[in-house]
Write a protein that binds this ligand. Structure first.
Ligand code: GLP
Length: 241
């Protein structure tokens, strides 16, 4: 499998070989891979070379290390298209996964400058601030904090946000959610995020801010989300000219 005469570095060939085993289904998510010692014997290369390959794969997010336990195959990342305006519940359903949420916070607060401007309301007007951990098949994927004008949804309560918020909004307002603008930024997990998302402190997190509008052009939400970067990737089709 390893061609020592190849111009390709040996550590690179090992990386490719492990990736191949993953795509062949020989290694499944969360399977433990053999130790460095075993791998170096199997590939007949030095442990240093194996270590280099392993480190690169960990940095790429293909495998992950757990202190005192070993090295494991990472879960596949969910590929999210940047095209459609979809809800978390819909996104998971399309993938055959079950969405669920844990409500961390549901409160009415005064709108701040930025939020009130975006929601086109006065600064002292009330907004809901609701914070949920979003799960896919019971595994934490994201923390989302939504801000919505109270005046627009006067009867919104905790029960309504156990399921899909978008479902509630469209039924309640009797119109479709039409468009949103979104910004995605790279961040690293702080203590709260690391414990809620069950990831090591300092892991990569994708911070997404969405500003969404109804069919009639009314802005109805501002959302600040933190998505696990080890479980999410975004894709888009682009054209030139
Ligand atoms: C996605 C978006 C959020 C949006 C949410 C609604 O996760 N990133 O901005 O608020 O979907 O999801 P649901 O209707 O499942 O509550």
């Amino acid at each position: 499998m390893i061609d020592k005469k190849s111009p390709l570095p040996i550590y690179y060939q090992i990386e490719e070989s492990i990736k191949q085993r993953i795509s062949d289904g020989e290694y499944q998510p969360n399977d433990m891979i053999p130790s460095e010692r075993i791998l170096s014997e199997n590939y007949d290369v030095s442990r240093m070379t194996v270590r280099q390959a392993i480190t690169n794969l960990v940095n790429e997010g293909v495998i992950y290390r757990e202190k005192g336990r070993g090295t494991f195959i990472a879960e596949n990342k969910i590929e999210q298209s940047l095209k459609g305006l979809t809800s978390f519940t819909e996104d998971m359903k399309t993938r055959g996964m079950t969405a669920s949420s844990k409500l961390l916070n549901f409160e009415k607060v005064m709108a701040s400058g930025e939020i009130s401007r975006k929601l086109e309301i006065e600064e002292d007007e009330e907004i809901y601030r609701l914070q949920r951990i979003r799960y896919a098949d019971q595994k934490p994927m994201a923390i989302e904090t939504n801000f919505l004008p109270v005046a627009m949804f006067p009867n919104l309560n905790k029960e309504d946000v156990r399921g899909s918020l978008y479902d509630y909004v469209e039924k309640n307002k009797r119109q479709k959610i039409k468009k949103a603008s979104q910004i995605i930024e790279a961040t690293i997990a702080n203590e709260d995020q690391s414990s809620l998302l069950e990831i090591p402190l300092g892991s990569a997190v994708l911070h997404i801010e969405r500003h969404s509008f109804l069919e009639d052009g009314t802005p109805f939400e501002v959302v600040k989300s933190s998505y696990r970067a080890d479980r999410y990737k975004f894709s888009s089709d682009i054209t030139r000219g």
